[in-house]
Design a protein around this ligand. Structure first.
Ligand code: NAD
Ligand code: UDX
Length: 480
């Protein structure tokens, strides 16, 4: 029986390994982590992450050929194939701080593999890493090899949260990069054989190591660039009376462009896009390519602009101040169908409104109060470095309350901001909500989920990203 061990039981390691276990009954899969609470949660009825379809798969495989454990060294020693799916956050200090990937967790995993291994291993980079990381890992393993042979493969993960199971069941492609030597090619074939249990062969792409590593950063950069492009257009739509939904539709009809991933929003979030683009920028700078670095940097700048533009629109619409006003925040996760809040636009929007002394009442279907408070007290990039966590300042803590439903959040509020596109927000009883609010009642739709026409009939003043403005909003000072 082939044995797989995955180091890192997070958003990638957990679902990916659960699907491998489901699709490959002849393989034993152990997912290991240094976090005791995380592993305990994977072994309980309350999994540590919310992902549609994941619970059923874990229940079906756990204890049969899928195991979650903190016995990291034992499972690594026994495995034939070791996936490394640890976090690779942005460095917060030292050389490359604010841009470069922090490979501390990766390096310590590699050193541990070298320490405990007693047989040859295939080591698979599942984490998103800077191009050429495999070379560094090879060096660490080779210098500590004790005669054991290692083959490093790059097998980046392309799943998106909220649709992870669907994405893993039917990936657009599986990418495997390896050395162009006979041993390297043998390792590629061994990993290919795992995926071939359910992925059609023509969807499994093999490349050299560096192409695979760079393709992952490139794919995320291209995806994020589409959103910044459409968001930049949304600002121009508001200034000109064009409608971003109509523009996206017309642009996306071009088969060379395609219709997906063209939804204007309050800004992209998530643990990957910003981190990976900053990492790409750093790599370009290190390779003496400042023009290329600047090109990609602009994707982040437009995203930051989109978030601050939203905050400015809220404040300027409400007579240029939200001081002491209750604002309901509907949605805190970085997208629907996940409880993940890493780099969510909601953090910057909420902090922007708190900066103008608003009182926030926040409601999300999946995010806990504890998580919201932690997020609003964190410094930039600290979310992936748990040691830096600080409690929220008592002043800020007083300005934030967390509601158990949207109606409660909106009661007595002057305005509502929709920051996550949860389906529930499309079908709320907005007449009931309007009646419970201060007047004039504002709704700022950062995800274009509500029917603005219907809400205007009720009496709301509505702002929808990239859509023609109400006369009220047009009369307010321009926002930048
Ligand atoms: P995560 O923070 O949810 O999980 C990482 C886990 O690794 C944590 O539970 C941590 O405790 C564990 N860990 C760290 N060092 C360890 C060690 N030495 N030994 C054992 N466990 C250790 O992160 P994630 O979202 O799963 O992302 C993991 C990697 O995958 C990152 O490089 C990320 O960029 C990449 N990625 C993420 C996504 C996504 O949607 N989240 C998608 C594609 C790729
Ligand atoms: C992304 C990539 O899609 C995935 O391939 C990679 O493996 C990890 O990073 P993820 O961050 O989980 O996945 O979600 P994604 O669906 O890409 O959304 C990222 C952010 O962009 C979210 O905040 C989402 O709301 C936003 N978004 C997405 C838009 O604002 N408009 C769109 O049209 C699409």
């Amino acid at each position: 029986m082939v044995k797989i061990c995955c180091i890192g039981a997070g958003y990638v390691g957990g679902p990916t390994m659960a699907v491998i276990a489901l699709k490959c009954p002849a393989i034993e899969v152990a997912v290991v982590d240094i976090s005791v609470p995380r592993i305990a949660a994977w072994n309980s009825d309350q999994l540590p992450i919310y992902e549609p379809g994941l619970d059923e798969i874990v229940k079906q495989c756990r204890g049969k050929n899928l195991f979650f454990s903190t016995a990291v060294e034992k499972h690594v020693a026994e495995a034939d194939i070791i996936f490394v799916s640890v976090n690779t956050p942005t460095k917060t200090r030292g050389l490359g701080a604010g841009k470069a990937a922090d490979l501390t967790y990766w390096e310590s995993a590699a050193r541990m593999i070298a320490d405990v291994s007693k047989s040859d291993k295939i080591v698979v980079e599942k984490s998103t890493v800077p191009v050429k990381t495999a070379e560094a890992i090879e060096k660490i393993l080779a210098h500590n090899s004790k005669g054991i042979k290692y083959q490093i493969l790059s097998n980046p993960e392309f799943l998106a949260e909220g649709t992870a199971i669907e994405d893993l069941f039917k990936p657009d492609r599986v990418l495997i990069g390896g050395r162009e030597t006979p041993d390297g090619q043998k390792a590629i074939q061994a990993l290919k054989a795992v995926y071939a249990n359910w992925v059609p062969e023509d969807r499994i792409i093999t490349t050299n190591l560096w192409s695979a590593e760079l393709s992952k950063l490139a794919a995320n950069a291209f995806l994020a660039q589409r959103i910044s492009s459409v968001n930049a257009m949304s600002a121009l739509c508001e200034a000109t009376g064009a409608n971003i939904s109509e523009v996206s539709h017309a642009v996306g009809k071009d088969t060379r462009i395609g219709p997906k991933f063209l939804n204007a929003s309050v800004g992209f979030g998530g643990s990957c896009f910003q981190k990976d683009i900053l990492n790409l920028v750093y790599i370009c700078e290190c390779n003496g390519l400042p023009e290329v670095a600047d090109y990609w940097k602009q994707v982040i700048k437009v995203n930051d602009y989109q978030k601050s533009r939203f905050v400015n629109r809220v404040v300027s619409s409400m007579f240029n101040t939200v001081s002491g006003k209750k604002i309901a925040i509907l949605g805190f996760a970085f997208k629907k169908d996940t409880g993940d809040t890493r780099e969510t636009a909601a953090i910057d929007v909420c902090n922007g409104l708190l900066g103008d002394k608003a009182h926030l009442s926040i409601y999300d279907l999946q995010v806990t109060e504890e998580q919201i408070r932690r997020d609003l007290s964190m410094k930039k990039f600290d979310w992936d470095h748990p040691i830096h966590l600080q409690p929220m300042s008592p002043a800020a803590a007083k300005e934030v309350s967390v509601a158990w439903d949207a109606y409660e959040a909106a009661k007595g509020a002057h305005g509502i901001c929709i920051l996550t596109e949860w389906d529930e927000f499309k079908t709320l009883d907005y007449k009931k909500i309007y009646d419970s609010m201060q007047k004039p009642a504002f709704l700022f739709d950062g995800r274009n989920v509500v029917d603005a026409g219907k809400l205007r009939e009720i009496g709301f003043i509505v702002y929808s990203i990239g859509k023609p403005l109400d006369s009220w909003l047009k009369d307010m000072p321009a926002v930048a």
